[in-house]
Design a protein around this ligand. Sequence first.
Ligand code: NAD
Ligand code: UDP
Length: 319
Amino acid sequence: MRILITGAAGFLGSHLCDRLLADGHEVVGMDNFITGKPENIAHLAGNERFSFIRHDVSNYIHVPGKLDAVMHFASPASPNPASPVGYPNLPIQTMKAGALGTHNTLGVAFANQARFLLASTSEIYGDPLEHPQKETYWGHVDPIGERSVYDEAKRFAEALTMAYHRFHGVNTAIVRIFNTYGPRMHVDDGRALPNFIQQALRGEPLTVYGDGQQTRSFCYVDDLIEGIVRLLNSEVHEPVNLGNPQEMTIAQFAEEIDQLVGGGAGLVYQKEKMLKGDPLRRQPDITRAREWLGWEPTVGLRDGLERTIPYFKEQLGLQ
Ligand code: NAD
Ligand code: UDP
């Protein structure tokens, strides 16, 4: 297949490029580097099946030649308002990537009669009132809250994707991605995992926001990419959750990293740092992925962290 991947220079997009090239496909990467980095795809420069177009997906997209699939991953993705790459600091760009970017990429898929895959998110469930979250849950989102630029852009993107499927017959897919980690993730976007690993490596206390009883589950990037490829190759049109169902409190998660890295400074609770709208519980129900794609995560938390920590050391110059 010849596949367009938007957000190709980002964390997930670059892993997707690697995997699809390894599977023998031709990949056209697209990115404007607003939160991604050229380093993430620098190793692909000599690959004759890889090409790259620097472009903002909010503007009309032209890709010469026939495409068999379009994968729309371009969007700022970090919830941290203190981070320059966080979507609270890029509110208009976030809404444009989700709204105009999805419209433009769907247009490309329609014109090419290509399979279209939208990278959606667990954030479309908001601060969920149902637990764990099944794809049939409609969500609990504040339309004007801190996180709304991201949540509502992705909800609009899902609605537009289904409209193109129902009205134009485009062969669409939607993946709802839950928290994912691994090499090439942003090291300083202020999310829990990068904060905790950095703090532990520096021997500083790990900053747990609120009372630390809010829950998350963390999926290793290779597992996620495997699920996405299976979804791409399937005929599924309904949204599918992909994530690791091993739920834990943020305090437990911090303990695990503290022990593994051996920082020794323990945890510090910062009640005031917990943002309004921070989901209290989040866990994917992955029954659909299991039954429709034969997929489930295989990399445990400890194993995944052991594969990720060397990347952080290298990025922080702590080798
Ligand atoms: P990332 O910031 O590493 O990658 C996003 C990429 O999109 C960056 O390279 C950025 O430069 C590019 N981009 C953003 N706006 C663009 C635009 N207008 N035009 C062209 N390129 C643009 O983030 P990520 O974690 O790799 O996220 C990739 C996708 O997966 C996003 O759509 C995100 O919403 C989704 N997602 C990620 C997670 C996660 O845990 N990482 C969870 C849920 C959903
Ligand atoms: N968090 C924390 N300490 C930090 C950073 C984040 O306790 O240094 C908490 C945050 O309040 C949230 C959870 O960890 O409840 C996960 O946050 P993250 O930003 O990683 O992603 P989210 O799942 O909210 O998108």
